[in-house]
Design a protein around this ligand. Structure first.
Ligand code: EPZ
Length: 420
């Protein structure tokens, strides 16, 4: 168990470099399974989920090594296995993203049925329906998913929900299929565009990523060129640090970001009274006024991102009035609220909405981080609270944030890590 001891009441100020995007790099690593030659992936964040995905790829037979602190070299030539190790799938749900590439590469995949997690039920029915539409046979038994296919054939697929993972997995399974595949109601996240670019560099013929209709023209083979790809910055890490400026009445500049990827948050921060100045590759957030209450509706991209909902909720606990946050992506993503209430917040959850009545102050307390983004939210609350917060579950935060306490302490926070 890893703990953070957070001293509250400090104002954060300064500049922070944002790392490569977790939710892009994990998929590019899975996509590298389809390469005919070596893949070099740059701007890779040193986060736990990347280390787990390295083990998944090695478990499948790929050679993976660090060329330097932030550069991975992946040689997928020996990939012949079709099942990622169970314990890794249990540890990281994103392991599901190897299904599409494996189906294309070895025509079968067996995966331990990934469970839900604290943010709610996380089925993969849309992934499996997509595979079946492409001609695969899916069997779910004894807690495993078996997918097998002789020849993948293009199909016209409509997703019930613009699922990021399903869009990615279907894209990967359609690349070498016979004929054309269309994915309708596709997810439009920036990470999907990254995968389209990555696969097209390998010789795939994909168009439309970033819109709700993606067209994949099946090709007979991918090119044997070495691919050298740089990961986009992490919009969720950027958003988390922007909110750190607001909740501590500070002044933080996040560098190496793509501002349009986080526009929904920028608009909401301005509505809450923050002074946000946007440059080409950096955003400065200054908070010199009380936090105004606002309403936030979480929606698939380009709507307000679900991965920043907990951090926004934590910030609005100190607003001068009542805010309403509605979570339309994950059903159970308010479980962390009780931890904020223990710090003095006034929040009531009704179905998919949280009503947050602003309070004058939060007080430090012993809290438990149930998952990655809720953990980040509790760190924000701890930095703004009076007194000391003892946060259990820092290991969840490490899944998606590179040395979060170092980056925050460089901005004036006082956070110590205690290994139990
Ligand atoms: C990705 O998860 C991200 N993870 C999540 O980030 C992010 O919150 C989510 O997209 C939404 O943006 C990675 O990229 C590794 P979905 P994913 O499929 O692909 C339902 C973080 O903290 N659904 O878009 O699993 C699902 O239950 C993580 O970095 C089905 O019903 O998200 C959910 O309610 C958390 N059936 C909704 O769709 C399916 O087959 C969105 O899920 C698939 C999804």
């Amino acid at each position: 168990m890893e703990r953070l001891i957070i001293t509250g009441g400090l104002r954060l100020a300064g500049e922070v470099k944002i790392s490569g995007a977790k939710n892009a790099v994990l998929k590019l690593m899975a996509a590298s399974l389809l390469a005919e030659n070596e893949c070099i992936i740059r701007n890779v964040p040193q986060i736990k989920d990347v280390l787990t995905m390295i083990e998944v790829l090695r478990g499948l037979g790929a050679e993976v090594s660090w060329a330097d602190q932030t550069v991975l070299r992946i040689k997928p030539k020996n990939v012949s296995f079709y099942s990622a190790p169970d314990e890794l799938v249990k540890e990281m749900r994103a392991s599901v993203q190897v299904m599409g590439p494996l189906l294309t590469k070895v025509k079968k995949v067996k995966l331990f049925q990934p469970g839900g997690c604290v943010i709610g039920q996380r089925p993969i029915d849309l992934h499996l329906k997509g595979f079946q539409a492409l001609g695969a046979e899916v069997v779910e038994e004894h807690g495993y998913v078996y997918v097998q296919v002789d020849r993948l054939k293009g199909a016209d697929i409509h997703l019930d929900f613009p699922s990021v993972g399903a869009t990615e997995n279907i894209m990967a399974a359609a690349i070498l299929a016979e004929g054309t595949t269309i994915i309708r109601n596709a997810a439009k996240e920036p990470e999907i565009i990254e995968e389209q670019n990555f696969y097209n560099r390998l010789g795939a013929k994909i168009r439309g990523a970033g819109t709700d209709m993606i067209r994949i023209e099946g090709v007979s083979a991918l090119r044997p060129n070495v691919i050298d790809y740089t990961v986009i910055p992490d919009r969720i890490e950027a958003g988390t640090f922007m909110l750190a400026a607001v909740i501590t009445a500070g002044d933080i500049t996040v560098n190496d970001v793509i501002p349009e990827h986080i526009e929904a948050l920028t608009a909401k921060l301005r509505e809450a009274g923050a002074d946000v100045s946007v440059r080409d590759e950096s955003i400065r957030v200054k908070m010199e006024k009380p936090i105004s209450p606002i309403d936030v509706v979480v929606l698939p991209y380009p709507g307000f991102p679900t991965d920043i909902q907990p951090q926004m909720t934590a910030t609005l606990t100190l607003a001068t009035g009542t805010s309403l946050l509605t979570e339309n992506v994950f059903g159970g993503r308010f479980r962390y609220v009780d931890e904020l209430v223990r710090m003095g917040a006034n929040i009531r959850v009704e179905g998919r909405s949280a009503i947050v009545k602003g309070v004058p102050r939060l007080t430090g307390a012993a809290v438990v981080a149930p998952d990655l983004r809720a953990g980040a939210a509790l760190v924000l609350a701890g930095m703004a609270a009076e007194g000391e917060t003892l946060l259990e579950g820092a290991q969840y935060i490490d899944r998606g944030y590179e040395r979060i306490e170092d980056k925050l302490n460089n901005l004036g926070a006082e956070i110590k890590r205690v290994q139990e």
